[in-house]
Design a protein. Structure first.
Lengths: 249, 327
């Protein structure tokens, strides 16, 4: 049996009478991209929030590397190896690309306390940050203010910041959102390489990217996983077609 | 546009040149005015760590200013009355030594900032402003009722406290002490802003959830910033009390908290020399316009309005443009 990196067991969350997460059990195995798809309002973001620790589930567990992390804060989960990218870019817009990336590396690599040394002159931090920026192809805009980046570059920066944590698993919430076809293609290639280092739980609306990348797909509709399977299995699934894919499949 | 570092050097040069000129033409009052401006600048540089870097709008920084002031007042009062502060379980005497007073002021205001910060940082936005204001007012009213130390009338200290090797009663020598402290504080803050801590604090203001995702504890970073901020403002309070040789509950007033914010806003929020420029402009206006009309605050208000409406980043923003990114 392969080791499971990240798993949820019976995650349930209700907002009033609404069950936004209904007994959700999914897992993430080494080397895979597990795509989570579903119509708007299906509860994808709520599920991600519970996995990352910004929302507490009403019932169920989240396990990372076999350890129960359900009651850890988002911060502790990050340190435990959960690398996250945000649906809406969460970057310090006034700071440079490099500063944002160095910040990402601070928690894992550097100690921000008791040092008046400039952060950007810390070779360990800077090394990790620059390497991450090279991987996503942002090495030429390192000293640009983040606010001046294009939307696509910001999405790349999100990935670079997550990389600096050297995570055990990635959670990516719509990394392709708003990217042009060229941008999506680049990011698709990057994610393709990345899965070898750490598996990716990918929430994505871009079906081309999902079908090109995913080893497995889970379909979330009204808070329930209605199907999990390979790309071909999901494409062939009638229920999924009705609920979400429509003619695209 | 002038480069910000050039402008900062120009301001430092002014802080040296004006008192030097005043001594040359025998205008000791100008030196005293400049001392007042420099002390306000130190207080505001302190606030700027919380407000500018951390985005924590504290309307209670007079608490730290006042604690610094009373640290000086109480220690010097006991020295001049020859009555120890405590006799049991051990004897603590008063002192007239500035370095000791500064140390006590910094430690006391740090502790106060730690407690106030721990409680206030559970909230944010308007609630944070209100809670810090409430703490400031608690100190204010406590000191009004603290009859052992003059209550509402405050405490007069007859002779300025001493600094080894200097005659602190000479205005220019006392100015030199205050200016050196300002320079030291500016150096520390500039290093702090570029350090890992500064990077994290700056990001915590902009995107707190990102900082948490990086595995850093946002609240703890903000609390540390608040404590450093309070300590610096407390040190300024001790100097201010020594300048006037007088402390009173007015040092704790919320108007004073507001004025410290005004210094920062006039000069430029989050700019290293913003608080210095703000304090200089404020003291100059207070002196020039205050001589013309009792209602000079109207003009101050007008200036503040113009700056807030038409400049991004205060007077420094007007002169130097947007904040440069450093790498």
């Amino acid at each position: 049996m392969t080791e499971i990196i990240l798993a949820t067991h019976g995650l349930t969350k209700t907002f009033g009478a609404l069950k936004v997460s209904n007994n959700i059990s999914i897992d993430l195995r080494p080397g895979e991209i597990h795509a989570l798809i579903g119509p708007n309002g299906a509860g994808k973001s709520t599920l991600i929030a519970q996995i990352c620790g910004t929302l507490t589930p009403a019932a169920g567990r989240v396990e990372l590397m076999g350890k129960d992390v359900t009651h850890l804060s988002a911060r502790k989960r990050s340190l435990a190896g959960l690398g996250r990218t945000f649906q809406i870019s969460a970057l310090a817009m006034e700071d440079t690309v490099l500063q944002n990336t160095v910040l990402g590396a601070l928690g894992a690599t550097g100690n921000p306390w008791f040092s008046l040394r400039p952060a950007l002159k810390n070779h360990a931090l800077r090394g990790v940050a620059e390497q991450a920026l090279h991987r996503v192809g942002l090495q030429d805009v390192m000293s640009t203010r983040t606010a001046e980046l294009s939307h696509g570059q910001r999405r790349q920066l999100e990935v670079a910041v997550a990389l600096t944590l050297n995570p055990k698993a990635f959670i990516m919430d719509e990394p392709m959102a708003g990217l042009g076809s060229e941008g999506s293609k680049q990011l698709t290639e990057l994610l393709d390489e990345l899965r070898v280092e750490a598996p990716i739980l990918l929430v994505e609306h871009d079906m081309d990217a999902v079908f090109a990348l995913a080893n497995r797909i889970s379909v979330l509709v009204y808070g329930k996983i209605i199907a999990t399977g390979t790309v071909d299995e999901i494409r062939a699934n009638r229920e999924v077609k009705e609920a979400y894919l429509g003619d695209e499949a | 546009m002038i480069q910000e570092t050039h402008f900062n050097v120009f301001i430092l040069a002014l802080l040296v040149a004006i008192p030097a000129w005043a001594i040359a033409v025998d205008e000791p009052f100008t030196v005293t005015l400049m001392t007042r401006a420099v002390i306000f600048a130190i207080a505001a540089v302190g606030l700027n760590i919380a407000l500018g870097l951390g985005g924590l709008v504290s309307l209670g920084h007079a608490a730290f200013f006042g604690i610094g002031g009373y640290a000086m007042g109480i220690l010097a009062f006991h020295q001049q009355t020859y009555a120890p502060i405590f006799e049991w379980p051990f004897v603590i005497e008063g002192t007239k030594s500035m370095p000791v007073i500064w140390l006590v002021a910094v430690v006391a205001s740090s502790l106060a900032a730690l407690v106030i910060g721990l409680l206030s940082l559970r909230t944010s936005g308007v609630y944070f402003i209100m809670i810090t204001l409430a703490f400031g007012q608690m100190f204010f009213f406590y000191c009004i009722g603290w009859s052992a130390y003059g209550g509402e009338d405050g405490l007069s200290i007859y002779v300025r406290n001493g600094f080894p090797g200097l005659n602190t009663l000479d205005p220019i020598q006392f100015y030199a002490i205050c200016f050196s402290i300002l320079a030291l504080v500016l150096w520390i803050v500039s290093a702090l802003a570029k350090s890992s801590f500064g990077l994290a604090l700056n990001a915590a203001r902009q995107v707190p959830h990102r900082v948490e995702t990086a595995g850093l504890n946002t609240k703890r970073i903000q609390l540390a910033a608040f404590v450093i901020s309070g300590a610096i403002t407390g040190l300024a309070g001790a100097l201010f009390a020594d300048l006037n040789r007088f402390v009173s509950p007015a040092m704790f007033s919320w108007q004073l908290s507001g004025e410290i914010i005004v210094f920062v806003v006039i000069g430029g929020v989050g700019r290293l020399f913003g608080p210095v420029v703000g304090a200089l402009v404020f003291v100059a206006l207070e002196h020039i316009l205050g001589g013309l009309s009792e209602f000079w605050h109207i003009y101050l208000g007008l200036l503040l309005l113009l700056i807030v409406l038409f400049s991004h980043g205060g007077l420094i923003g007007m002169v130097c443009g947007r904040k440069a990114v450093h790498d």
